[in-house]
Design a protein around this ligand. Structure first.
Ligand code: SAH
Length: 345
């Protein structure tokens, strides 16, 4: 085995320089990383793939991230928000289909005050106490995070986007501070959430050094989950002319993360499925163990367009689940009907 792969496997970390070298390694070394990551996924999670039901409950957003299709200044985005009843119907359908984790994701929408959010959290956890509830609703105060947690939220996804401050400032407007994103993640951990961070592979201006910094940050935060997927341009953003992230690099990063944190939850994301017809399967074979299909009503799916050509916006949830199940079984794995908690404690 390649020297750096052996060292990563043994020490579960490398220096920044070594990571940079590994990230630019050739095909042979990438295959070593992939097969090692796949082995570790099996050792820790067997043939089980965890599913999360994603409910994109609002695309209103007060933030203006330069890469994102639902950014505040995108006037071409048709805005929607789901009512409590609509959200509960998504959960009902999801539960029936075998989902035991629901992820409420959305833009940063001031309509959803903490009172309204807590009502939603209590409704879902009250009706489905055997399910885990994940929030992915951006940057909030520590007090707000505390309230959601006390009302029953179990997990929180907040991608750090990039661990490099200068790079962060190229991806976000002046008023969105790197320090606040980091503060949020550490607050979430301290409060006791199972936390997910993450980043886009191939985001504009990203260097291999940035990616090495992402890896070192993830090692330090030691989250329960890491969400990564390729950057994909959106025609109505400033970054419309930037190239998309590649399949190869995304798979490489998934494998390195699996080896660095063997018990981590690692989704094969919708963005990965968007850039390659077998993206999810290839992601799983590179070490991923989670998929997050959409439970949102089909009528709004196309409006939650973070990037162009997002897949799975036309099918009903049941069709999505069947299609996923076939794909997962085609590579010798199976969907688990469980909360799917992280073994990375
Ligand atoms: N507003 C919430 C969650 C919604 S965005 C938050 O701030 O966390 C969820 C993730 O989608 C973002 O963290 C980002 O990494 C990813 N994303 C946004 N635009 C994207 C694009 N153009 N290509 C790929 N991923 C994108």
């Amino acid at each position: 085995m390649n020297e750096l792969v052996t060292k990563l496997y043994r020490d579960k970390v490398l220096t920044k320089e070594e990571f940079i070298k590994l990230i630019s390694s050739d095909k042979e070394v990438r295959e070593e990383l992939r097969s090692l990551a796949e082995k570790l996924r099996r050792e820790n999670y067997g043939d089980e793939i965890y599913i999360r039901g994603l409910i994109e409950f609002t695309n209103h957003c007060k933030q203006n991230c330069l890469y994102c299709g639902i950014r505040r200044d995108n006037k071409n985005c048709r805005r929607y928000r789901l009512s409590l009843d609509e959200i509960m119907s998504c959960c009902d359908e999801g539960y029936r289909l075998g989902f035991r984790t629901f992820v409420l994701q959305g833009g940063e929408d001031s309509y959803f005050t903490d009172d309204r959010l807590c009502e939603i959290i209590k409704s879902i956890k009250g009706k489905y106490p055997d399910c885990a509830l994940t929030l992915s609703i951006g940057e909030k105060s520590r007090e707000s995070y505390q309230r959601y947690f006390e009302n029953g939220a179990d997990r929180y996804l907040l991608r750090h986007e990039t661990a490099d401050k200068a790079h962060y400032e190229k991806l976000h407007p002046e008023n969105q501070k790197y320090e606040n994103r980091m503060r949020c993640l550490w607050d979430l951990k301290e409060i006791g959430y199972q936390v997910g961070c993450g980043f886009m592979v191939g985001s504009p201006y990203q260097t291999d050094e940035n990616l090495a910094e992402d890896l070192l940050f993830i090692k330090k935060l030691n989250p329960q989950m890491v969400g990564i997927g390729p950057f994909i341009h959106h025609a109505d953003t400033d970054f419309k002319d930037f190239p998309d992230g590649t399949l190869e690099k995304t798979l490489l990063m998934l494998s390195i993360i699996r080896i660095m944190l063997p018990k981590i939850l690692l989704p094969a994301t919708t963005a990965l499925a968007t850039i390659h017809p077998r993206g999810r399967e290839l992601g799983i074979q590179a070490g991923a163990n989670v998929v997050m299909p959409n439970l949102s009503p089909v009528s709004v799916r196309k409006d939650y367009q973070l990037y162009d050509n997002k897949v799975c916006t036309g099918e009903e949830s049941a069709q999505c689940k069947n299609c996923l199940q076939k794909r997962i079984e085609s590579i010798g794995c199976r969907i688990a009907v469980s909360r799917g908690d992280s073994r990375n404690t």
